[in-house]
Design a protein around this ligand. Structure first.
Ligand SMILES: [Fe+2]
Length: 304
């Protein structure tokens, strides 16, 4: 882990904390990185995406003109900022970017992302295998909803700070190997994914903080010790109030997107247009890489 994540190194923590919090409040519109030509993105825009992710773990971008075959160029954008190794989830499209829209396709109807319902706070892939953790995520809006569908985002490093300031024991508790268990995924009586137990906070090979989390009340099993229970309650209270100045809120518009190091996020419910060609459509990529991580976690894998 990096020195500031060491619970015994308060000096490094305080210096890093000060630097992180100095980025707030964030004026989202000023933060948007405008991309003039999605088919040939200039180096400066790519660099700004990387810098924003280094600073707040999220970057917002906007295609000034919608390219033909938009999904392909979103995919290419991801690759250009080091998002190379896509996770193949149960419902991903053939090209491995997932189209998020209200659907009744077989196998998808049990998953809230494919409905217009509210999604609670989570990081992506919290149920994945330990060696297939989602470290990077891309979300691109092709068509917004008629109403709603707002994204709320919180840098997981900020949540780390809020917890550590409240009680460093909360961090230690959430780093435990058995901190959080996700029950198996049973679809029509068949187990499609076994239970997953693991820490909430962990560190990748380069020492970066990674977070697995879901605010789902049902079925998530938290470690029984008092620090884990108190930490989980602390986080829940944050979600109940949702008044933290560190929570970013934005409804992505057509041609806009975000790239992040799998920060905490949720979506509000939305109302869709009745006409299929106007229904909300987002493309999402989940990756095993962080944005422009210096060290590829999977150096032998070629881009799929
Ligand atoms: Fe998500």
């Amino acid at each position: 882990m990096k020195p500031h994540f060491n619970l015994n190194n308060n000096d490094a923590y305080q210096a890093w904390r000060e630097q992180k919090l100095a980025s707030y409040p964030i004026n989202l519109q000023q933060h948007f990185i405008e991309i003039a030509n999605a088919k040939s993105i200039d180096a400066k825009s790519l660099q700004r995406i990387t810098q924003s992710c280094q600073q707040i773990n999220i970057a917002f971008y906007r295609f000034i003109r919608k390219p033909r075959n938009e999904k392909k160029w979103v995919h290419v954008l991801g690759k250009q900022v080091g998002l190379l190794n896509l996770d193949n989830n149960l419902c991903a499209d053939n090209d491995y970017l997932t189209s998020l829209c209200v659907t009744e396709h077989k196998g998808q109807h049990d998953y809230i992302p494919y409905t217009n319902k509210r999604l609670s706070w989570h990081t992506d892939g919290y149920y994945n295998k330990p060696n297939e953790q989602i470290r990077g995520m891309l979300l691109h809006c092709s068509r917004p909803a008629k109403n709603g569908g707002e994204s709320l985002l919180l840098d997981h490093e900020i949540l780390y700070i809020l917890l550590r300031d409240e009680n460093p024991n909360y961090i230690a508790a959430l780093q435990q190997e058995h901190a959080m268990t996700i029950p198996p995924n049973i679809l029509r009586g068949k187990e499609v994914r076994p239970a997953r137990t693991g820490p909430v906070f962990s560190f990748d090979q380069a020492g970066n903080l990674h977070m697995r989390y879901s605010a789902r009340l049902k079925n998530i099993e938290w470690a029984k010790d008092k620090d884990t229970q108190a930490a989980v309650n602390f986080i829940r209270q944050l979600w109940e109030r949702e008044d933290s100045p560190y929570i970013l809120r934005y409804t992505l518009q057509a041609g806009e997107g975000l790239i992040c190091n799998n920060v905490l996020h949720r979506r509000t419910d939305f109302e869709d247009d009745d006409r299929i060609e106007y229904k909300r459509l987002l493309y999402r990529g989940r990756y095993y890489d962080r944005v422009n991580s210096l060290q590829s976690l999977y150096p032998d894998q070629t881009c799929r």
